[in-house]
Design a protein around this ligand. Sequence first.
Ligand code: F0G
Length: 450
Amino acid sequence: MTMHPATAELRCIECGTICASPNANFRCGTCGDLLEVVQPDLQTVIGASSGVEKLKQVWLSRRTSRLPVDQSGVWRFREVLPFVDPLHVITLREGNTPLYEMPRCGRIAGVRNLFAKHQGMNPTGSFKDTGMTTAASVALAGHYRWVACASTGNTSASMAAYAARGNLRSLVLIPEGKISWSKLSQSLDYGAVTCQLKTDFDGCVRVLHEVVQRMPVYLLNSVNPYRLEGQKTAALEILEQMNWLVPDHVIVPGGNLANSSALGKAFQEMHSLGFIRTLPKISIIQAEGANPLVRTMREKGGRELISVQAETLATAIRIGHPASWKKAVRVLEATGGAVEEVSEAEMALAKAEIGAEGIGCEPASAVTLAGLRKLVTSGFVKSHESVVLVLTGHLLKDPDFTLDFHRGELRVADRQAAMLASSRRAPIILEATADAVTRTLQDIDSSANA
Ligand code: F0G
C-alpha cells in the first residue's frame, strides 16, 4: 500500500518496532501492543516552513482560504499530519470548534478561568470527526471498499458520514439498546450497514476484530493510530485560541481512552518542537460505573489493566475494557494529570449546569465539570489556575437523558436524587391562553424574589 509516505511511520508503543504494513487490527506484529504514528523528520518540516512562529501564522491564515483542505480545522495543521496527500482527503470541514468562557460553571466549580473546548460543534456532533477525516482518508488512499467500527454511537455516526462522503461502504457494530437513538439515526441516515449486537461495546469490539481478519475491511476504531493524529488537532486549536499560552489543566472524559491519549501526544509534540514551554496537566474523568482507568491507576499503579463490567447512563463511555489504556497512563504520567470518577447524579447535575450556561453537551462530556469540582475540592486544581474542559459531544446527541433529568425521571440512586431537584426545569403544560402564560411568568418572578 502506498498510503504512508516516508515522513510518517507506525511504531509500537511498547517494544518500539517500526511496522511497515500494519495488520488488520493495528497491533504490533512482534509484541501485540498498540501502534502510534511517529514523524522522525518533524523538526525538519518545521524548519522548512520557516520555523515555529511562521507556521503558527500559516495555520491561522488558512482559515480564510476557500480550499476545503484549508477550511478543515484538522487539515490546516497538515504539516503535522504527513501520511496522506492533503488534496485527496475526505473532509466535512471538521474542527475549528469554539473555546467558550464558562464563568458561571467556573464559579460553581471554584476556579476563576474556566473554558470549554466544544468538540460537539463538529459536523456530526462529536469530536470523532477530527480523527475520522484522517483515518477515513487513509482508508481511501489504501483503496479499501469497506470501513468498519464498533461503537457506543459517536464513532459510528462519524464513520458513516465520512465513508459516505468518500464513497466507501461502512459497517457499524453497536450494542443493542445501549446507544442513544439520535446517534443510531445518524448512522442509518448516512447509509451505514448498522448491526445491533446482543452484547455491550466491549463485545462488539471482540466481534469486529475477528471480522477484519476474515474480510478486507479497514478498521476505524481508535486502535487505528491515524484517528488519534486527527484528534490531536483539538490541542493545537486550544493553544491557538489561548494565544499559545498553555492552560494549567485540560480535563477529558475517559472511555476507550484514545482522546486523552491523542491530546497528550499533541501537547507533548508541541512541547518538544518548541511551540510551548510547559505542558498542561491532562486529567481523565470516568463514570463510577465505568471506571477501569481509575481502578487501574489506584489499585495497580497504572501497570496492569483492571477491566470492569461497565454500567452508566452516559452510554458513550460505557466501556469496561479500554483499548488505549496504556497510552492514557503514559499521558497521565508525562503531564502529571489525575484520574477521577463521578457518580451518575454528579454527572447529571454538571450537565444541567453546562446547559444553563447556554452551551450544553451530552452526558459523557459533563463528567469533566463534575470531575473538576472534585479535583478543586481535593486541592489538585487551584482556584487561580486556568482549566479547559473538553466537551466531546453535542447536547442533541442524547435528548432522552436531558428530558428524563428535567422531568425527574432519571435513574439515579435515591440518596442522590434530591441534589438534582433544584436544577430541574420541567416543561409546563398549560391551557392555550395568554392568561395562563402570564400567570406562570408572574408566579416564577414572585418565587424568584421571595
Ligand atoms: N465522549 C463522548 C461523547 C464519546 O462518544 C466518547 C467515546 C468519549 C467521550 C470517550 O472518548 O473513547 O477516546 O476515551 N465514544 C466512542 C464511540 C467509544 O464509539 O463513539 P475515548
